[in-house]
Design a protein around this ligand. Sequence first.
Ligand SMILES: [Fe+2]
Ligand SMILES: [Fe+2]
Length: 452
Amino acid sequence: MTSNKVKELIKKGILPTSENIDKEVVVVKSKNKDLKSNLKIIKEFNYKPKKVEPKNFTEHYRERYKFMRNTLFSRPEAANSVSIEHLKSTYSREEQSIIAMVSDVIRLPTGTLKLTVEDLTGEIDLIISSKSEELIEKAQFLTLDETLIFKGRPSKDIMFVSEIIWPDIPETPIAKSPEEVYAIFSGDIHVGSNHFLPKQFKTFMDWFNGKVGNERQREIANKTKYFFIPGDLVDGVGIYPSQEKELIIKDLREQYNELAKYLKEIPDDKEVIICPGNHDTCVRLEEPQPQMYEYAEAIAELPNVTMVTNPSYTNIHAQDNYRGQDVLMYHGYSFDQLIDQVDGLRLAGGYEKAEEIHKFLLKRRHLSPTHNLNLTLPMKKDPHIIEKIPDIMVSGHIHKARIGNYKNTISISGSCWQSTTAFQEKVGHKPDPGMIPILNLQTRKANMLSFK
Ligand SMILES: [Fe+2]
Ligand SMILES: [Fe+2]
């Protein structure tokens, strides 16, 4: 840990530690204006780099399985569930249920699916018949390494599945703010790229700083106290071959310095909460990504900026008799592979429907369920597990602005400040630059602002 990093942690009220654990810390910052902001960091994930061994992954997956099993135990469908070892040893033909992790899915020529699943006692093959249309449709959303309840009838060493049940989230009680206050969400700024849109970004900043807009627009800007930036602040360096040709600023620190020129204009009474993304090459790509500091000093040292890990949980606007709203922020690097690998997500709209991706992840209580979606560090306590049900879930990465709601968790995908790149054009992505989701914490209604 660098001395700057230590200073940064102390500044944020976090006790620096080298222990390889996720931290539960609480930092409270309040500003003295009419409408006071209140930001707390609820949960961050800090990982001490060490030599990774296969046993670390085994432990990581065992712990993840245990969490999912405990979550699923609260479901009535899990009543009387048995272990795979027990199921195989009893030769019962009665309907049974197991809680198991998916390790393989094979589609047979008939359309029937053969799954291999495992728990801590062993593994078994499951059959989902092509005749069960409803089940086959549900199974389009299956992904490897996720844990579910499987109900069905065993026959020798296999089980014929009649129902599949995901961990899911219960409906969250709504937590409306007692006063009118707003949060905005916009990352993927990509400063340094020759596709960065400085004019539009400047107009957005001018609105946020109360310099432009009609009376109502200025009033809303004034009441916007929280600005979440879910990663990809800059384009970074060395992300892909010949990226240099598309960079207008080739030095990483200069890229952050350039963005700092915009962000430093934001009034002090507004909180700016920032996590890294895959283009923020000032930190590692492996998740959880740490809080940014080195190279991004000009931003990290701004008085109203709070750097958090990717992923992270914060709480905004809590007051006496009001618990505030919990925000889960995750950049979204796992989304590309998810869309590529999960038929159901592609059919539901893929990149066009970020809210479907959020719903998929909330149902799995996990931000990156399959091993190959991401470069994940094998922490004993899995940072991608959605243990706490958020009031607001925000991501970036796919450059599409979307607003959704799943069981009262408001789902927000921030757009970007970068026009269509050659790569995006080649793969058919159509980004939404300059679109800002804005959430009224009092009504819990979200809208889209447009800066063209
Ligand atoms: Fe991005
Ligand atoms: Fe990204």
